[in-house]
Ligand binder design. Structure first.
Ligand code: SF4
Ligand code: SF4
Length: 381
């Protein structure tokens, strides 16, 4: 006999989903075409049709802690073939945004990062902070002589700001958000009979996490897209350029504090080459993503503020980074330092707001994919 379920629609949740890009959810008439065409939906309890029904009814608890929502890679094949233009890919994207806000800590920061009205505030926070920091340490001026960014914003100050962000802020905020998220998806999985134990078995879950890593590195789920195959390459470019920049940042940190070799480094330095290649790949990837979203020939998806926030942030980051370097090499003192200042503002925004932005997808989706394997929904490849 089918399970009975007491429906308690959350109208506010439906309104929030619509505001976050899922405005077409009411158009769905449940034909199930989307679940059939989705290249990565499993045969047992396929998505996204069941999520569309839950979204129409405002069943928040069936959605925000639902691992299937995170197995979706937003290729939008389903939206391309949906006969009603209900754009299930965008609805699931909106649910993921709501999910991040739901588990975020502190929750108020999660809410303002996803609200376009506060975009100026997110930029103003690091601008004000840096101005006060530079003013208080006597560095609030354009230095004379050869351009060296460390003469304007000393490396020690940069590290005082960014090292705690990377080593304390990100682990703590992500740690709290992810532990809430795992508890929620586990609770739902137990309720639906997909998991039996009351608590998550941590060693087994970690094994599932390890076997998920090759799938993430190869973007093998994303590569299964058919109608929107062109989204695969830019995602791969952005993904690996961030890894490249992460390696470079750590290498320069070691060079400075352990090997005692301060910058600027020669252009032929292998890590400098990696930095430049990664920056170019990031620029190309983000431009391709923006072009895809603006082009959007079949109107299969709509770009929400949640998407634009990250795209514009990454574009600002890579443009100011590249222009800092070029204006330094061209000895344009009066523009090089302000551009470098802007670059640090974008870097701050990327780090400080990462757990609440669309980039957090990478972490949440990896965890959900690992949980899916842990719960036996997908085999380890
Ligand atoms: S979202 Fe579209 S394809 Fe999917 S069930 Fe609804 S109407 Fe059908
Ligand atoms: S966006 Fe792609 S992965 Fe997500 S449900 Fe639709 S077809 Fe499947």
């Amino acid at each position: 006999m089918a399970d009975s379920y007491l429906v308690e629609p959350d109208v506010k949740f439906v309104k929030q989903l619509k505001a976050m890009g899922g405005d077409t959810l009411k158009k769905c008439y449940q034909c199930a075409t989307c679940s059939v065409v989705c290249p990565i939906s499993p045969e047992e309890r396929p998505f996204p049709r069941k999520e569309m029904i839950a979204a129409q009814w405002g069943l928040k608890d069936k959605l925000v802690g639902n691992m299937d929502v995170w197995l979706c890679h937003q290729c939008n094949d389903c939206s391309t073939y949906c006969p009603r233009g209900a754009r299930p890919g965008d609805v699931l994207n909106a649910v993921r945004g709501m999910s991040i806000t739901e588990y975020a800590w502190p929750s108020w920061l999660g809410r303002i990062v996803q609200d376009w009205r506060f975009f100026w505030l997110l930029l103003a926070i690091p601008v004000a902070f840096f101005l006060v920091l530079l003013g208080a340490t006597g560095y609030l001026k354009i230095p004379d002589g050869e351009i060296e960014f460390a003469k304007f914003f000393p490396t020690l100050l940069v590290d005082i700001v960014f090292v705690p962000l990377a080593t304390l802020w990100l682990p703590v905020t992500f740690g709290i958000g992810l532990s809430r998220f795992i508890s929620a998806i586990h609770k739902n999985a137990v309720a639906e009979g997909k998991a039996k134990r009351k608590d998550v078995n941590v060693p087994d879950f970690l094994k599932s996490l390890v076997c998920t890593v090759p799938t993430v590195l190869g973007h093998s789920k994303f590569s299964q897209c058919t109608a929107n195959k062109d989204r695969y390459v830019p995602h791969l470019l952005v993904f690996y350029s961030f890894i490249g920049l992460f390696v470079v940042t750590n290498a320069f940190f070691v060079a400075l504090y352990i090997l005692q070799v301060p910058g600027p480094y020669a252009q032929w330095n292998p890590f400098k080459i990696l930095a430049n290649v990664s920056a170019i790949a990031l620029l190309v990837g983000v431009i391709m993503m923006i072009r895809n979203r603006i082009g959007n020939k079949d109107n299969a998806s709509k770009t929400s503020y949640f998407d634009w926030y990250l795209l514009l942030l990454v574009l600002g980051l890579v443009l100011t980074g590249g222009l800092s370097e070029l204006t330094r090499l061209a000895h344009l003192t009066t523009v090089a330092y302000p551009i470098y200042f802007a670059h640090l503002v974008f870097v701050f925004c990327l780090f400080a707001y990462l757990p609440y932005s669309k980039l957090a997808h990478l972490v949440y989706r990896t965890v959900a994919m690992a949980y899916s394997r842990y719960a036996g929904r997908e085999p380890c490849e």
